[in-house]
Design a binder for this molecule. Structure first.
Ligand code: ACO
Length: 339
């Protein structure tokens, strides 16, 4: 390992994938006491994608990764590391190794990063560190979640918000550095505001039944959320985090070309933009079509905006993730197309 070499991190390419099943607000209003009007006016969401039972998170994560590999003219074999940001893994020990196998990335180390809707931003900063030290050359960062499998579909206060999806970015060692600054934060004292709690039956505790066959009564509750508190947290923590990142490199908010926030709620996107005096035309939003896809929302939106030709060479993108933990983080990146 070449310690403290301080290489630059280049954003080489992006990819994304969402499941084909589309559930509209109107469809939800057939099964729970809600309406398209309530959901779209409070959240900006009109539909979301749901993973079918014959697909897994690895399928959509693989599709997103393959798009990024193809656009970056890389083979899976070229990857040195896979960082898989997900809070809905197939396996509690981690799903990154399944993604590695699915891609055939035999040379890559891989591990999961669990941080809900901040997961992608945190994974990107972790990848950036490995590039800067000179440890790795090509890193695949994937954000994917299938919260549809963890929400209570009879709870109208939560189920209307979430959808499934996957997004990917490839980071590559470079002489230039596209990550201008970043800031990560955690406030664990408020973790109860948004969680998928683990519950363990006393009967299954080792001290109770040490000599008896295990009764597996370990499981998870449905996602629970105090929506109002999460909302207040997001609209105060995120602007402050972005300002700190701007201050680190001595630039003002008017230098931001694109504001790309975790797609949790259209009202959160607009309030954060207002606080920063960033105009609507600079705010990236696809929440209408996908809802909140947790760790996937930022890379999906980044990929779609890039594919549509809107992101240009030299654009500065302020990216912020926020959510369960509570955790939040910002990355300021410069879009740099190396010819
Ligand atoms: N349809 C119809 N009515 C509803 C629904 C629904 N789907 N959900 C709640 N209501 C009702 C409530 O019961 C309440 O009725 P009441 O006044 O008779 O008690 C009324 O609507 C208002 O409910 P509120 O909870 O006050 O609605 P609010 O305006 O706060 O909006 C929302 C709720 C959309 C959840 C909002 O608080 C929010 O977006 N919060 C942020 C959530 C978020 O971003 N979470 C994800 C973070 S990312 C991660 O890490 C997973």
């Amino acid at each position: 390992m070449k310690a403290l070499a301080h290489y630059g991190t280049h954003i080489l390419s992006t990819g994304s994938s969402v499941p084909s099943i589309c559930v509209t607000n109107h469809m939800l209003s057939d099964t729970i006491d809600t309406s398209d009007e309530w959901i779209s006016s409070r959240t900006g969401i009109t539909e979301r994608r749901i993973l079918p039972s014959n697909q897994s998170i690895i399928d959509i994560a693989t599709e997103a990764s393959v798009e990024a590999l193809n656009k970056g003219f890389l083979k899976a074999y070229d990857l040195d590391l896979i960082l898989f940001a997900t809070s809905t893994p197939n396996d509690l020990f981690g799903s990154a190794s399944q993604l590695q196998t699915s891609l055939g990335a035999t040379q890559a180390a891989s591990f999961d990063i669990t941080a809900a809707c901040s997961g992608f931003v945190i994974a990107l900063t972790v990848g950036h560190q490995f590039i800067q030290t000179g440890m790795y050359r090509n890193i695949l960062v994937v954000g994917a979640d299938t919260l549809s499998q963890w929400v209570d579909w009879s709870d109208r206060t939560t189920c209307i918000l979430f959808g499934d999806g996957a997004g990917a970015v490839i980071l590559q060692r470079s002489s230039t550095n596209d990550i201008l600054s970043f800031k990560l934060n955690t406030n664990g004292s408020e973790s109860h505001q948004l969680r998928i709690s683990c519950h363990t039956s006393v009967k299954n505790h080792a001290t109770q039944e040490i000599l008896y066959p295990q009764k597996l009564q370990h499981g998870y509750q449905y996602l629970t959320m105090n929506g109002k508190e999460v909302y207040k947290f997001a609209v105060s923590a995120v602007p402050a985090s972005i300002v700190k990142c701007l201050n680190q490199i001595n630039i003002d908010t008017d230098k931001i070309t694109w504001l790309l926030l975790h797609q949790a709620n259209q009202r959160i996107l607009e309030t954060v933009a207002d606080k920063l005096k960033i105009t609507d035309d600079k705010v990236i939003s696809n929440i209408k079509f996908y809802g909140n896809t947790s760790a996937a929302s930022i890379p999906i939106a980044l990929n779609e905006t890039f594919n549509s030709g809107h992101i240009c060479n030299g654009d500065i993108i302020a990216i912020s993730g926020f959510g369960a933990g509570l955790t939040w983080g910002t990355i300021l990146m410069k879009w740099n197309i190396i010819q």
